[in-house]
Design a protein around this ligand. Structure first.
Ligand code: APR
Length: 229
């Protein structure tokens, strides 16, 4: 049986593909207020604005390509059972070729019914409009977990993390919970890597190797080390 390797990714792994992160300088939350575009209240108040925001992001995500960081993670599958847990709503891990990707915060390429959350539709890079309805006649909304909403995939992500043999974190500021808490569910004695140009030590986490590099170079380095052990 192959060892189980779990990777938690955030916006930083897609930065070198050309998608802005949220909290770095020039990041998305400097240009838009979270309360205006990424909460259920914002959607209630101004659906056109929220929808336009996600239409634009969907279009942008479809125009960029996976980078060396995404691609290196695919190579790990030669020797490990790899599980990617991502906070990203782009599909660059899938397009790079990763087999198992769990999206904690939803996916830009999907929309869902506002009446029945189990009705989820793949729309690729298409735009949606206010007035576009699900099969039961209710407005479609972005398939995105907004601030203040539950994170349905967190239980599965926690289970996967608890049984990891190796845990890699890259491209996340670890500021948004519950995703940020996952690191604490990895077993104390397993090797852990944090790859991020601005990484700081994390209190209470043992066996943590910090690689202060961008994902595009840091991830391939760690991957080569792990494959050549
Ligand atoms: N390679 C690796 N890491 C990078 C790179 C890069 N090239 N460039 C920036 N980073 C790092 C930053 O140092 C920072 O730690 O990526 C991180 C980005 O942090 P955030 O912008 O906070 O993104 P993220 O952690 O994914 O945000 C979590 O908040 O609003 C949201 O829902 C959104 O999923 C997102 C969540």
């Amino acid at each position: 049986m192959k060892p189980k390797l779990v990777v938690l990714t955030g916006a930083g792994i897609s930065a070198e593909s050309g998608i802005a992160t949220f909290r770095d300088s020039g990041g998305l939350w400097e240009q838009h207020r979270i309360e205006d575009v990424a909460t259920p209240e914002a959607w209630q108040r101004d659906k056109e604005l929220v929808n336009r925001f996600y239409n634009l992001r969907r279009k942008q995500a479809a125009e960029v390509e996976p980078n060396e960081g995404h691609k290196a993670l695919v190579r790990l599958e030669e020797q490990f059972d790899v599980y990617i847990i991502t906070q990203n709503v782009d599909n660059l891990h899938e397009r790079a070729g990763s087999a198992r990707v769990l999206h904690l915060h939803g996916e830009l390429s999907k929309v869902r019914s506002t009446l029945d959350p189990s009705l989820v539709y793949e729309i690729g890079d298409r735009q949606i409009a206010i007035g576009d309805k699900c099969e039961k006649g209710s407005q479609l909304r972005p398939h995105i977990v907004w601030f203040g909403e539950a994170v349905p995939a967190i239980e599965e992500a926690t289970r996967i993390t608890q049984s990891a043999d190796i845990f890699i974190v890259t491209g996340t500021s670890l500021q948004v919970y519950p995703a940020a808490g996952l690191l604490h569910y990895a077993a104390a004695d397993i090797p852990k890597y944090l790859i991020d140009p601005n990484a700081e030590t994390v209190a209470g986490i043992f066996n943590l190797t910090i690689v202060r590099e961008k994902a595009g170079t840091g991830v391939p380095k760690v991957v080569s080390q792990l494959l050549n052990r």
